[in-house]
Design a protein around this ligand. Structure first.
Ligand code: ADP
Ligand code: MG
Length: 207
């Protein structure tokens, strides 16, 4: 599915896509939060971009751990520690690996999501990034178990994440800043669910 060089290529796409989508993500956060999600993430991935040259020749675990540490130290807001934790957990899971297959990717997503849930004390259905992540992981697992086809599994994951974004429009936020809005958060999609889907799409496009 991906070696270290491919992971670096995917990271470069994420860096470019976050930068391109930062105003959109920030607009989404403007409606139900404080309007900094895109700017926060772009700052973090800019910092990753500054050190991406040092990732060459490193194992996937080391690369992802370094991404996580950069995000924690630069992103700020709720999403910094959450995405940072996710990448650090993913890195620990893939420690020493220079190749990952679909089972590795599924296992990595599992520990990353578990890390986010512990750190953010959140579950599915609270209008957060988890509402795209958990369905994406479930769909990916089910598809891969049925067909053993990595491409199909990633397509299923992206479709489920996109449905997850739509689902966030229908529910009240009970975690993060959007929870201050209560009922008024209904009708608006979650910025974090949107940014996660953008990252997953970069994997789908290149892996
Ligand atoms: P902040 O809310 O501190 O301004 P950001 O705007 O960068 O941080 O990120 C907001 C996103 O973080 C939300 O859209 C949501 O997806 C996610 N989020 C917030 N709190 C939690 C939580 N406890 N668990 C999981 N995700 C969360
Ligand atoms: Mg915000």
């Amino acid at each position: 599915m991906a070696d270290s060089a491919k992971v670096i290529e995917i990271l470069k796409k994420i860096i470019a896509d976050v930068d391109e989508q930062k105003l959109f993500l920030t607009e989404l956060d403007n409606v139900i939060g404080d309007g900094d999600h895109g700017i926060n993430l772009a700052r973090g991935f800019d910092a990753v971009n500054d050190v991406i040259g040092t990732f060459e020749g490193k194992d996937i675990g080391t690369i992802l751990k370094n991404v996580g540490m950069k995000l924690v130290s630069t992103v700020g807001g709720a999403s910094g520690p959450l995405y940072g934790t996710a990448f650090m957990k993913a890195g620990a899971f893939l420690n020493g690996k220079t190749e990952m297959d679909m089972n590795d990717f599924i296992g990595m997503m599992d520990v990353a999501i578990e890390g986010i849930m512990k750190r953010g004390k959140a579950v599915k259905g609270e209008k957060t990034m988890l509402d795209a992540m958990i369905p994406a992981l479930d769909a990916m697992k089910a598809s891969y178990e049925a067909d053993s086809d990595a491409k199909k599994a990633l397509d299923a994951a992206v479709a489920a994440a996109e449905e997850g974004i739509e689902y966030t429009k229908t529910i009240i936020a009970t975690k993060g800043r959007a929870s201050y809005l209560g009922e008024r958060s209904i009708g608006h999609q979650d910025p974090g669910a949107t940014s996660f889907t953008l990252m997953l799409k970069a994997v789908q496009a290149l892996a």
